[in-house]
Design a protein around this ligand. Structure first.
Ligand SMILES: C[S@@+](CC[C@H](N)C(=O)[O-])C[C@H]1O[C@@H](n2cnc3c(N)ncnc32)[C@H](O)[C@@H]1O
Length: 260
């Protein structure tokens, strides 16, 4: 008995892994989240049972336990059970909890990583999350913290990290997050990109600066990218411009070559 915890990627079915696509075609049952692009669901065999367990506001409080019970029951009845999750199953996807619940009932778990929206969102807007002369790291944070977690997110500390900040589930709290980051010392003119419905047909990218984020409408699902890279679109720039900018930035920072 094995349940496959499969990452569906950010939306565009071309961004699925080959293993994910194969498992979708082979599965006898697919239990999926709410944000899965319909074009990915189209890859499921027409004979498979498809169960949407996406949580909705006002849904039952024990929704997660119900999902665990459904998966454990399905593992006993079907040869190939796919639990399909947006992006990567282990990035804010409760994949860890589901794996633990399955293992505690003797059900095997295999994880098929997916391309997380934390990376694919910025990429879809032409934003490299790290780049010499701009950012030597990136930090992925939830804007919607688990209320049972006693340690609340220290946004002021995040402001001092000096990395690109990537916020998931931050659409309704974007203004608040911006205020905390400003308090933490980030410049008011720090570039921000809001990538909505990344890689989906209705993708939108809004560019702004941190001080203006509170007044910027953000529509979920959205990724907030905060930091100097958020001002770039390297896919839109001519190659010569990109090379010149990067080489210049690298030499300013003592880099020997932009190719390193
Ligand atoms: C519960 S988290 C799941 C994240 C997922 N496991 C991943 O790796 O991308 C849902 C959040 O991911 C982000 N998200 C997922 N898909 C997205 C997309 N196509 N465009 C923009 N944001 C997306 C949004 O911030 C959304 O609120």
């Amino acid at each position: 008995m094995t349940v496959y915890l499969v990452g569906a990627g950010p939306g565009d079915p071309d961004l699925l892994t080959l293993r994910a696509a194969r498992l979708l075609a082979e599965a006898e049952i697919v239990v999926h989240d709410r944000l899965i692009d319909p074009r990915v669901l189209d890859l499921i065999s027409p004979w498979a049972e498809v169960v949407d367990v996406g949580k909705r506001p006002g849904g039952p409080a024990d929704a997660q336990d119900r999902i665990h019970r459904l998966l454990i029951g399905a593992a006993g009845r079907y040869a190939t059970v796919v639990r399909l999750k947006g992006g990567d199953p282990f990035v804010f996807g409760r994949g860890g909890e589901e794996a633990e619940a399955l293992r505690s009932e003797g059900v095997g778990v295999e994880v098929v990583p997916g391309i997380t929206s934390a990376i694919a969102g910025p990429a879809a807007a032409g934003i490299p999350v790290t780049m010499r002369g701009h950012a030597s790291g990136f930090t992925v944070i939830t804007g919607h913290q688990d209320p049972t977690n006693a340690r609340s997110i220290d946004w002021e500390a995040a402001a001092r990290l000096g990395t690109t900040l990537i916020v998931l589930m931050g659409a309704s709290r974007a203004g608040l997050i911006a205020e905390r980051l400003l308090l933490g010392g980030l410049d008011a003119d720090t570039p921000v990109a809001v990538v909505e419905s990344a890689t989906m047909p209705d993708q939108q990218v809004v560019r702004t600066v941190l001080a203006d984020l509170p007044g910027t409408p953000v529509h979920a699902p959205a990724i907030l990218v905060i930091g100097s890279v958020a001002g770039l679109d390297v896919t839109d720039a001519g190659l010569e411009d990109l090379v010149a900018t990067t080489a210049h930035a690298a030499s300013e920072h003592g880099g020997s070559s932009w190719l390193n």
